[in-house]
Design a protein around this ligand. Structure first.
Ligand SMILES: Cc1cc2nc3c(=O)[nH]c(=O)nc-3n(C[C@H](O)[C@H](O)[C@H](O)COP(=O)(O)O)c2cc1C
Length: 325
């Protein structure tokens, strides 16, 4: 099981226990002590099996857009059991959710020592790409290989999008980002290309406050901006109306763009389209003309609180090849 560790003493205890068991990689006492000391202030994950701590991983911010895999250690007897891979998956998910664009990691270049060759292969198997070798970054006997991984890919963003219902940081969202998000919605497919979805970006503080007043019980009260999704229930052909499918595709595109740009959101549709018809009250505030219906609001902002993926039924239960059985 992967655990996110918050207590500084526990972090120091775990990192010491693991690093002192891995002297092939962490031979120099001074640098080992440095890793242990720094780990106390870093995002930290441990892999635990019963009473045994199998390994740990720490991240460190090295730039506004970049996290570094600062240190990782897995007990030798737990190698080749997927522990490192699971630790890295948790850390990558965290860095993506926090809006970082890259993860880097440094190690001794391949071709120097057998143990480090294994480490290089492991990083490459996780998806890291060689960025550059700095021959004298540490010393001549240990040329430093820097690997990098982009956290922004469509599939990666899909995996890290989760509904966020916590508080938002009080930072305004630049209009160009709001436009990018809205454009992602407008770019979605629509039945017979009828383009039945429109959006209103709400970032004027007074209008935003009026929209929030309608949300009873209150949700998304700290969001610095909102995207209000409108639909026109017109038929694509004969009596077939695809308006719901059209706006659903647009909403998902916008949620992905929101996450990719480092913001968070939640698809609020049930809340505003219930019998109390909050959606109609929002439509009145925004002067929405007849023929258009408000169906959803998407708050946009940076997350102030940590959050986690909800549990979902396993893929093996929901995805099949070729037939049901
Ligand atoms: C059609 C639709 C309506 C939704 N309405 C609401 C809502 O009114 N309030 C809310 O908190 N979440 C709402 N959600 C978000 C879901 O609760 C959420 O997607 C689900 O719990 C799965 O979590 P995830 O988005 O983190 O994967 C809605 C989602 C969809 C697709």
């Amino acid at each position: 099981m992967i655990r996110f560790i918050e207590d500084a003493n526990e972090k120091r205890r775990i990192s010491r226990e693991i690093l002192e068991s891995l002297t092939e990689w962490f031979e120099v006492e001074a640098s080992r002590e440095q890793y242990i000391k720094e780990s106390a202030d870093q995002p930290f994950w441990a892999s635990v099996d019963g009473d045994v701590t199998e390994g740990f991983l720490c991240l460190k911010e090295t730039g506004r857009e970049t996290m570094e895999l600062a240190v990782m250690g897995v007990r030798k007897e737990c190698h080749r059991k997927g522990v490192g891979r699971r630790l890295f998956a948790a850390a990558k998910d965290y860095a993506s959710m926090k809006g970082y664009e890259f993860i880097q990691v440094k190690t001794v270049r391949s071709g120097m020592y057998e143990d480090y060759d294994i480490t290089n292969e492991f990083y490459k198997s996780l998806g890291f790409k060689e960025l550059e070798v700095f021959p004298e970054y540490w010393d001549e006997a240990n040329p430093c290989q820097i690997y990098v991984m982009s956290l922004k890919s469509a599939v990666g963003t899909i995996a890290t999008r989760h509904s966020y219902r916590g508080r938002f940081l009080q930072e305004s969202v630049p209009e160009k980002d709001l436009m990018t998000i809205a454009k992602a919605g407008i770019d979605a497919p629509s039945g017979c290309n009828k383009q039945t979805t429109d959006v209103i970006i709400v970032n004027d503080p007074e209008i935003l406050a009026k929209v929030k007043e309608q949300l009873d019980p209150p949700v998304a009260q700290t969001a610095p901006a909102m995207i209000v999704v409108l639909t026109q229930r017109i038929n694509a052909y004969r009596d077939r109306c695809f308006a719901i499918q059209d706006y659903s595709a647009a909403i998902e595109n916008m949620l992905l763009a929101i996450v990719e740009l480092g913001y968070q959101s939640c698809w609020y549709e049930g809340h505003i389209t219930d019998v109390d018809r909050i959606c109609d009250k929002i439509a009145a505030v925004l002067n929405v003309p007849e023929g258009y219906e408000v169906v959803c609001i998407l708050p946009v902002g940076k997350a102030e609180e940590d959050f986690h993926a909800p549990s979902k039924r396993p893929v093996s239960e929901r995805v099949r090849f070729n037939s049901w059985t």
